[in-house]
Design a protein. Structure first.
Length: 255
């Protein structure tokens, strides 16, 4: 879920303001070392579930316009599903999935194609990725999620949790994740941490100030086991002065 707020206490309706182009250009125009680190973490965490279920359905919670970017790393998945509060983000992902390989994803798909055991081209890799896209749902993660219990073996969120509006809503959201996972399902997350703002260009945006301890405790309260949470340096964000210095990488299992 990507709701944006100006730091100067000016609240914007997420349907009225879009930062898609500027956001993608600044954070996703090419495959940075930081994004590769995040993506390979997601890849390994999803691969760790392989064998537990006949079909690996992945829900990207708060997918934003970057759903296919992060999905490109998770090649162990059989299906991709997206959930986001903004209709323009959902529409963007849908339109992107119908195109040939976008230039912005070329280096990423080349990298992932090279990592596959079977030789394939970047264009073939992207086509296979898009063929796994199943559903895109417009829904605000601050409210009960519109799915039945045990629907998704994997629920992941890349830079979505910090966009939830309060700590209470964060705890409720993680409980929703637990509800939607079957036994042996996995919750995977990466989020900016230890800050209440981040930046796109000269625009300052508010976010929920979370950290590893907060997320670990919320996962524990929801009932998760095998919780792995760690803080890592946000190297690219530091170089670009994007408002945050650390990120939290984590996963937790419903056992």
């Amino acid at each position: 879920m990507w709701q944006f707020w100006k730091k100067q206490s000016v609240v914007h309706d997420p349907k009225d303001v879009s930062h898609i182009g500027e956001y993608l250009e600044e954070y996703y125009d090419f495959l940075t070392e930081e994004n590769l680190e995040i993506g390979l973490f997601l890849r390994d965490a999803v691969a760790g579930v392989k064998g537990r279920f006949p079909v690996i359905k992945v829900l990207d919670a708060g997918c934003g316009p970057t759903m296919l970017y992060w999905a490109a790393f998770m090649d162990a998945a059989d299906e991709y599903h997206g959930l986001d509060a903004r209709e323009d983000h959902v529409d963007y992902v849908k339109s992107q999935s119908k195109e040939s390989l976008p230039p912005r994803l070329l280096d990423l798909c080349e990298e992932m194609a090279l990592r596959q055991a079977a030789s394939t081209s970047a264009h073939a890799y992207y086509a296979a990725l898009c063929s796994k896209l199943r559903t895109m749902t417009v829904h605000d993660m601050n409210f009960a999620w519109p799915y039945e219990e045990g629907t998704f073996p994997v629920i992941m969120s890349a830079f979505g949790l910090e966009c939830i509006e309060s700590m209470d809503k964060l705890v409720d959201g993680i409980r929703e994740v637990y509800r939607l996972l079957p036994k042996n399902g996995r919750f995977i997350f990466v989020t900016i941490a230890e800050t209440d703002y981040w930046k796109i260009g000269d625009t300052t945006l508010r976010c929920l100030d979370v950290n590893a301890k907060v997320l670990e405790e919320a996962a524990r309260k929801a009932g998760f086991k095998n919780i792995h949470v760690e803080t890592r340096a946000a190297t690219t964000a530091l170089e670009r002065r994007q408002g945050y210095e650390t990120m939290v990488f984590g996963y937790a299992d419903k056992l």
